[in-house]
Design a protein around this ligand. Structure first.
Ligand code: SAH
Ligand code: SF4
Length: 347
């Protein structure tokens, strides 16, 4: 019989499973707590009898993330990890220190299907979805390695979280559970390229999650060129879904806008964006686009960024240029894995 991934199961599911096998129900909480404190092996669960530990290992397995590579920024201690899973697939996570504590940016898929033209992850294609346990394992491994307690999570690493929706929802349930890491939804952000049907579904669940939307263009002409998802759901349809999200949750939407020189950084773009976002509970994060080999894109100049912000602010919107942490190691997410693939395959 195939073993089950126990660290993707809820405490209730583990309890039901244990009870069905005639094991004491109270063991479920103990085992759940071990798993969420980062136990990578049933042998570590020293309050369980040897027989139970053996039975657990026969019926279940624990997914772990092992550190393949780690880069530490010399400027601000930001840490970038390349993690490897049991089947050899790899993803990136970034641990950042802010004044309010440690935030981790985790991946939700190995690669991505969405094919945004500026993105290193999008360029290396899609391999597979991560399980809820593999999302948790990134946090646990970073916590263990750094010795720091992580208080905030952003789903902004490799992959499109709303394209791995069921697993992401389950991850959210596990990571916020009382006997798990207990990180509340208000401390979690989810970034999407704009999978509109799932934004509606998420809105109806009324989780207190921060939704971050990668907009990157004010109109379909530009957006469809750089983000293929826009050919399915255009800018107006996406913004309508965003307004629904903030009506349902009373949460401000964070719009990401990577400024690419000569593509989306003109005054006209700023004015059009301001017009589109008027009346939406929003904050705009301008990001200088990270240079990705082969894209031919360059970041907009600082003067352009300032001019862009002035226009948005004049229209009553709030916007900031995102502080870049770990700029010396911040080859944009996806690049570390791509480089490793190139080393291995000799490409
Ligand atoms: N798939 C999700 C989350 C992962 S991408 C999404 O697209 O939102 C995380 C963020 O990095 C997104 O805002 C994405 O648009 C941005 N990004 C990707 N490549 C980038 C680059 N080269 N420079 C700056 N931001 C980039
Ligand atoms: Fe995928 Fe996000 Fe990269 Fe687009 S920006 S390819 S959605 S990871």
């Amino acid at each position: 019989m195939a073993r089950e991934e126990i660290n993707s199961m809820t405490e209730d599911e583990i309890r039901r499973d244990f009870t069905a096998q005639g094991w004491p129900a109270f063991r479920a909480r103990q085992v759940y707590q071990w798993l969420h404190r980062g136990a990578e092996d049933f042998e570590r669960m020293t309050d369980q009898s040897k027989v139970i530990r053996q039975l657990l290992a026969q019926k279940y397995y624990i997914s772990v993330a092992s550190i393949e590579k780690k880069l530490v920024s010399q400027y601000d201690n930001t840490m970038k990890y390349l993690f490897r899973f049991a089947d050899g697939e790899m993803v990136e996570s970034v641990l950042m220190q802010y004044h309010h504590g440690y935030t981790i940016c985790i991946s939700t898929q190995v690669g991505c299907k969405m094919g945004c033209t500026f993105c290193a992850t999008g360029q290396s294609g899609f391999s597979r979805n991560l399980t809820p346990a593999e999302m948790l394992a990134q946090i646990q491994a970073a916590q263990r390695d750094s010795g720091q307690r992580i208080s905030n999570i952003v789903l902004m690493g490799m992959g499109e979280p709303l394209d791995n929706y069921e697993n992401v929802l389950r991850f959210l349930e596990l990571v916020s559970s009382e006997h798990g890491l207990n990180i509340g939804m208000r401390h979690i952000s989810l970034s999407t390229c704009g999978v509109v049907d799932k934004i509606y579904d998420l809105a109806d669940r009324r989780l207190q999650l921060t939704l971050s939307v990668s907009l990157h263009a004010p109109n379909d002409g530009i957006r469809s060129q750089t983000m293929p998802v826009n050919r399915r759901w255009g800018v107006d349809e996406l913004l309508k879904a965003c307004r629904y999200y903030s009506e349902q949750t009373h949460r401000r939407i964070s719009f990401e806008y990577a400024m690419i020189s000569g593509v989306n950084d003109s005054d006209a773009c700023a004015r059009e964006l301001a017009g589109k976002l008027r009346g939406t509970l929003s904050h705009i994060n301008l990001i200088p686009v990270n240079q990705v080999t082969g894209t031919g894109y360059h970041s907009a100049s600082v003067e352009r960024q300032r001019a862009f912000i002035r226009i948005l602010e004049k229209s009553g919107l709030t916007a900031t240029v995102r502080r870049t942490l770990g700029s010396d190691i911040n080859a944009s997410c996806g690049q570390l894995r791509r480089r490793r693939q190139e080393e291995v395959t000799g490409l």
